[in-house]
Design a binder for this molecule. Structure first.
Ligand code: ZN
Length: 492
């Protein structure tokens, strides 16, 4: 069954076909690093991870980019550029550190939690602060195209020049005006109250850059437009984010990235709905904003947290509860036990018929598992196949050989689910044992070698980088450098 994904842009499920056959380019709105990411944030990053893993399981190559918002913008703004306090700087004042230090601290924490949750590494995590020149270039282009204007030391996007503004959220300018009137302090420099800032001026802001428009800092929306274009090109396949990113963030991004042309930067837009905690919206006042660390302290493992966040459909307001975590724990235990039991079956000759039955059961259930995820990531349908497989395998497999067949199926599925690896924070069991091509290495080991080679190249130690390339070559692994980074594949 071909992959169908719901597209926020068209408000319907659509057949997914990458622009470039076999290769998917995906951009995910990443964390704002002024505090610990909470499980609501991770629910959105897990949507990206599940999608990436399913695409790869379906045989597609995925290039995944997730930005790190370290300039410190508002995230809860209801309007395109609400006036408000810069969160990173508020934090910096409270913690008496410089905002760069704060951003690095929370960026590291994000990656640590992400690894605990077994979220695969994106191919790159570009930081906003390291791409200000790209953002300035884009703003200059928008000015030159007549889509933006300078006023009062700031640069604004003029929404009147982009009639499709609001296309993603379905908001019309009139509705927005009605909804927001009285809530926004009007900025006299703007030509239209909904025009949003591309370049901001605020002498009190601690992070400042020089630009042709004066000293200041970029708006949040331009960051994702500039970073996605730089990493993935003007039009790419998939853009993901949380429900709260749809408006204004993604509508503004679409406006900026169009560059005045009749194009929308991403073809498929996926958004993770809010998760509720015990039926309530997460909020500071209710004290129900949990981080991965909070839940680990309560005795849950990161795999249990991952599983519990994964099993709710991304377009449903899933309800996060401790009972849910407990049942995730039970399921993981049950599956690991199945795995052990299968491997401990007696090592004796297996009747050909039994092997045949287990193999065809495995194939049939795999078709079902794939079909579930192909249907807009309907993970419950896939998990139903998994559970049916487990109970059938218990009845059919009587020898170690059949047991191994059953375990191979479970491990293959765990490349998508990522919940069964024996040790939390370790790669999936299936990934640690799978060797690449005729080499003696796992994919993770090859990645590490390729990384070491790139580091050697970066410090101009070509002797070392060539040596690593030769070692890889001898093992039948070919590496290719491209503007998108280094890619590798096993020969033959
Ligand atoms: Zn973004």
């Amino acid at each position: 069954m071909p992959l169908q994904l719901y597209n926020t842009l068209t408000r319907k499920k659509e057949l997914f076909e990458p622009l470039e056959p076999g290769r998917v380019r995906m951009y995910n709105c990443g964390p704002t690093v002024y505090s610990f990411a909470h499980i609501g944030n991770f629910a959105s990053f897990l949507l990206a991870d599940l999608l990436r893993r399913h695409l790869e399981y379906s045989g597609l190559e995925v290039l995944q980019i997730m930005n790190i918002t370290d300039v410190g913008h508002l995230t809860q703004d209801n309007v395109a550029d609400a006036q408000g306090e810069d969160k990173l700087e508020k934090k910096a004042r409270e913690e008496k550190k410089d905002p760069w230090e704060i951003a690095r601290f929370y960026e590291d924490a994000f990656h640590a939690d992400r690894k605990l949750l077994n979220i695969r590494d994106a191919h790159r995590y570009p930081r906003a602060t390291e791409h200000v020149p790209e953002m300035i270039t884009m703003i200059e282009e928008l000015l030159a195209a007549g889509l933006a204007y300078e006023a009062g030391g700031q640069v604004y996007f003029e929404i009147a020049k982009f009639p499709r503004y609001g296309i993603l959220s379905g908001n019309s300018t009139e509705e927005l005006m009605a909804g927001e009137s009285g809530r926004v302090e009007s900025d006299p420099s703007k030509r239209h109250p909904l025009d949003f800032t591309l370049w901001k001026r605020d002498p009190k802001h601690l992070m400042q850059w020089d630009s042709p428009f004066g000293r200041g800092f970029p708006g949040w929306h331009i960051e994702c437009s500039a970073l996605s274009r730089k990493s993935l090109g003007e039009v790419f396949d998939i853009h993901t984010g949380g429900e709260d990113n749809i408006f204004p963030h993604h509508d503004c991004e679409i406006a900026q990235s169009s560059g005045g042309k009749d194009q929308i930067c991403a073809r498929h837009w996926l958004h993770r709905r809010y998760i509720l905690i015990d039926g309530k919206k997460m909020s500071k006042s209710l004290g129900n904003i949990y981080t991965v660390g909070d839940l680990v302290q309560k005795g849950y493992t990161p795999r249990e947290i991952r599983f519990n966040l994964l099993i709710g459909h991304y377009r449903a307001n899933s309800n996060f509860t401790f009972q849910g975590l407990d049942s995730a724990r039970e399921t993981i235990r049950y599956l690991r036990e199945f795995r052990r039991n299968m491997l401990e079956l007696p090592a004796r000759v297996t009747p050909a018929e039994e092997i045949q039955t287990v193999a065809s059961l495995s194939q049939e259930r795999d078709r079902g598992f794939r079909a579930g995820l192909d249907d807009d990531l309907n993970i419950s349908a896939s998990l139903a196949e998994l559970h049916a497989f487990v109970s059938e395998a218990y009845k059919l497999a009587t020898t170690e050989e059949s047991g191994r067949l059953a375990v191979a199926r479970l491990d293959a599925w765990d490349q998508v689910l990522g919940v069964l690896g024996e040790r939390d924070g370790s790669p999936d069991a299936s990934e640690t044992t799978a060797r690449v091509g005729k080499s003696n290495w796992t994919a993770a080991e090859v990645d590490r070698l390729v990384g070491e080679r790139n580091e050697a190249r970066a410090r101009k130690d070509f002797k070392e980088s060539d040596r690593i390339r030769d070692v890889l070559k001898a093992a039948g692994i070919v590496i290719k450098d491209s503007p998108q980074g280094t890619r590798w594949h096993a020969e033959g």
